[in-house]
Design a binder for this molecule. Structure first.
Ligand SMILES: Cc1cc2nc3c(=O)[nH]c(=O)nc-3n(C[C@H](O)[C@H](O)[C@H](O)COP(=O)(O)O)c2cc1C
Length: 211
């Protein structure tokens, strides 16, 4: 298969300094709202890159569940590979792609565990099946069979059948505290618009980058 001719022009929109919000979270909210309103497929999915203490990178998709002026929060298993990487090395990168809008947002920063009270608030809002599923998975470890997972699911369901499912102590959220956030808008002839916000104390410096 020849894929070398697969290409398209990016004509959806442009990004101008004058129209950018001074605060990157407001700019993110603007783009995120547009992606949500347009009913793009899973607009809160993003790629999260971690690097362990040997410098080996690893990448996976996770879901954004909350963002505010403090950062971007996702939830996971605290014994997973990503969590082990982040315990060794807090530096992470994240990438949102909204390709229908010719857009990507690239974030670099540090990952911090959120409080168990914050994790509990989110965990309590999840469907019961997802709560039980969190208890059953030793995420990223080798598992001998699917039937083992299903047996564990039934056992946990039975164990907690008369009560609310408690928050597992090995499950919770991480907050990405960004050092920089870049907004990329594809343009014609590959002259894309790129604006990078870099944290300077309490403020953000904004620079245009070459495409
Ligand atoms: C659309 C999508 C959403 C996902 N959301 C999450 C999530 O929010 N949290 C999570 O731990 N894993 C999520 N996963 C699974 C991860 O990509 C990954 O398989 C898992 O977290 C184990 O990663 P690790 O071994 O690198 O730690 C999602 C996968 C996909 C495709």
């Amino acid at each position: 298969m020849d894929i070398s001719s697969q290409r398209r022009e990016y004509t959806f929109s442009g990004l101008q300094r004058d129209n950018l919000c001074n605060n990157p979270y407001e700019q993110f909210e603007k783009w995120f709202s547009q992606a949500t309103q347009a009913e793009l497929e899973t607009p809160n999915a993003f790629s999260l890159a971690s690097v362990n203490n040997k410098g080996i990178p690893s990448l996976r998709t996770v879901l954004l569940k909350l963002f505010d002026q403090h950062g971007f929060v996702f939830f996971t298993n605290y014994s997973s590979q990503k969590a082990r990487d982040m315990a060794e090395n807090q530096n992470i990168a994240a990438l949102f792609q909204w390709l229908e809008f010719d857009r990507q947002v690239k974030i670099q920063g540090r990952a911090e565990k959120i409080s168990s009270a914050e994790s509990l608030a989110y965990f309590s809002s999840r469907p019961r099946g997802s709560q039980i599923g969190a208890w059953c998975s030793h995420q990223s470890r080798v598992v001998s069979s699917r039937s083992l997972l299903e047996t564990q699911f039934q056992a946990i369901k039975e164990k907690f059948k008369q009560q609310e499912i408690p928050l597992p102590d090995f499950w919770g959220g991480f907050r990405i505290v960004p050092q920089s956030i870049e907004f990329w808008q594809g343009r014609e002839n590959r002259l894309h618009d790129r604006f990078k916000y870099t944290r300077c104390d309490e403020n953000w410096e904004i620079q245009r980058l070459a495409p």
